[in-house]
Structures are given as structure tokens and as C-alpha cells.
Design a protein. Sequence first.
Length: 160
Amino acid sequence: MRFLADAMLGSVARKLRIFGFDTLYVPDTDDDYILKVGAEQGRVILTADRELFRRMTKEGAKGVLVGGTSDLDDIAHVFEKLGVSVDPSKIGSRCTACNGVLEARTPEQVAGLVPEAVRARHSQFWQCPGCQKVYWEGGHLGRIRDFARRLEGRLGASKG
């Protein structure tokens, strides 16, 4: 499943990337471009813009209208609509900044790219080959896993 999130859903796009979904985020463009890219690349367009959603429906593009109330609500709504769930093995596999697929790195390979204290405490690192951003399993990833559990709990509750 590949997504395209419009300007109103930057935080949702980052979380979808963290969950391993190929997610384009286009903050500074018009609706025509979003519709064109969504169709050309076979992406599910995510928007909180009712007018854009009406155009998507009219043009036959695949998309989901979200309420824009919270990331948890929006992602739960998207997953429910599309029958998608979080694959725990994919968490942390994409760059939150540019959507690139992360590659494993050793502490030696990230010397000079992360603080020495971080490099001394961690043995696993991942780097985006596109933007060169380096990631490691810190507190943020724990919060994302907690978010994923709450999301799965919400999805499970809606099925029962």
C-alpha cells in the first residue's frame, strides 16, 4: 500500500513512514498535482480537504477523507477503510524526513554523524541513503510502538 498525504497531514505521513509505508508528503502544491501523482503512481491519496476528496471521487482516484482531529483517529480511519494494519517488523524501516528505505549501519559507520554518547550506548543504527539522516532505537521508537499498540487496539475494538 502506497500513500500520498496532502499538506494538512504531515504528521500522519511521518507516522505512516515510521510504520514502513511508502508515503509521499506534498506540503506545497495544488490539488491538480496531487491528483496527477496519485493516479500516475497508484497511490492512495489521504486528505482532510473535502473539496479535494470530491474531485478524487469524481475522477475515480483512490483516496480517504480523514477528519484531521488526531493522528490516531486519522490513521485508524485510513486502516479501517483500506483493511490495513501495522506490521511490527516494518516499524522504523523508512526515513521520516524523505521516505527513503533505511539501511543498517554499524557504530563505526556513523562515527561523526551522531553524538559520541549515542554511539557508545547503541549498537544498531540505520541511515537513509537519500538524505543521510541517521536513526537508532531510542525513546521515540518506544513511543511509536506504543502508538501502534493503541492503534491496533482501536482497530480490534472496531471489529468486535
